[in-house]
Design a protein around this ligand. Structure first.
Ligand SMILES: NC(=O)c1ccc[n+]([C@@H]2O[C@H](COP(=O)([O-])OP(=O)(O)OC[C@H]3O[C@@H](n4cnc5c(N)ncnc54)[C@H](OP(=O)(O)O)[C@@H]3O)[C@@H](O)[C@H]2O)c1
Length: 226
């Protein structure tokens, strides 16, 4: 049974990823930070729930220690934050401390966690990070969301470096866009049901081969320009 690790799996896209991979027969290690609401995670059969606050170095180290000796086929960096209120990451005001916290969660954590788990990754393993279309430099014509956009663009750059640096191990790195999804983050106007987004993401991940490493792909297979 292949093993997938999913961060931020107590709600939203992460919870649905855990549900669908478990239903498909995968071994699922689903992480959530202490104190977060468990959502339906505790009720999912066959899912192992472990603590992980992705913005805390000691929590990443503790999780890596707990995973020692376990081979990982797929690592999904899903935990993420929108950062400060949109009005506080706009031309009318920048919350500088909030911007840095956003970078910690969205940009730094996926890189630190990948490196902490790199000896667990099987040859040919995949590392998929939930980025966002809003990270695209080429497609940003609408402005705003400075901290969120910058943090996802930064993680994309980290993914490109990791793809080059881990190529010898045969690891495939992907930056993914899940669509505009009906979750707490997506909000009430989001058009895409979480089940459809996750089904699409799983198809993209399954289809990805060595030549797809360092690609930026949407849930429906569209290649997103960096
Ligand atoms: N929804 C969309 O339309 C959309 C679009 C593009 C990209 N994305 C990306 O997709 C991913 C999942 O989004 P979502 O819509 O499912 O978001 P969500 O509903 O807001 O859920 C976010 C998840 O991340 C976890 N998280 C946040 N900070 C964390 C930390 N420091 N340590 C551990 N876990 C943490 C949350 O845990 P708590 O419950 O403890 O807060 C929660 O489980 C994110 O990376 C997001 O940027 C979403």
């Amino acid at each position: 049974m292949p093993l997938v690790v999913i961060t931020g799996a107590n709600r939203g896209i992460g919870l649905e990823l855990a549900r669908q991979y478990a239903a498909d027969g995968w071994q699922v290690v689903a992480t959530r930070r202490d104190g977060s609401n468990q959502g339906g995670l505790a009720d999912l059969a066959g899912v192992e729930v472990q603590p992980l606050a992705v913005n805390a170095a000691e929590s990443i180290a503790a999780f890596a220690a707990l995973m020692q000796g376990r081979a990982i086929d797929l690592l999904i960096h899903n935990a993420g934050t929108m950062g400060p209120d949109p009005t506080r990451q706009s031309k009318d005001g920048i919350d500088a401390a909030g911007w840095l916290e956003t970078m910690q969660v969205n940009a730094l954590a996926p890189i630190l966690l990948t490196l902490a788990l790199k000896d667990n990754l099987r040859p040919g393993a995949k590392v998929a990070t939930l980025s966002s279309q809003l990270a695209s430099l080429a497609e940003n014509v609408s402005g705003g969301l400075y901290a969120y956009r910058a943090s996802k663009a930064a993680v994309n750059m980290g993914i490109r470096s990791l793809a080059a640096d881990l190529a010898d191990q045969g690891i495939i790195l992907l930056a993914l866009h899940p669509g505009w999804v009906q979750t707490d983050m997506g909000g009430p106007k989001a058009p895409l049901p979480v089940g459809d987004s996750v089904a699409g993401l799983r198809r993209v991940i399954a289809a990805a081969g060595p030549t797809d490493t360092a690609s930026f792909i949407a849930f429906d297979g569209r290649r997103i320009p960096w």
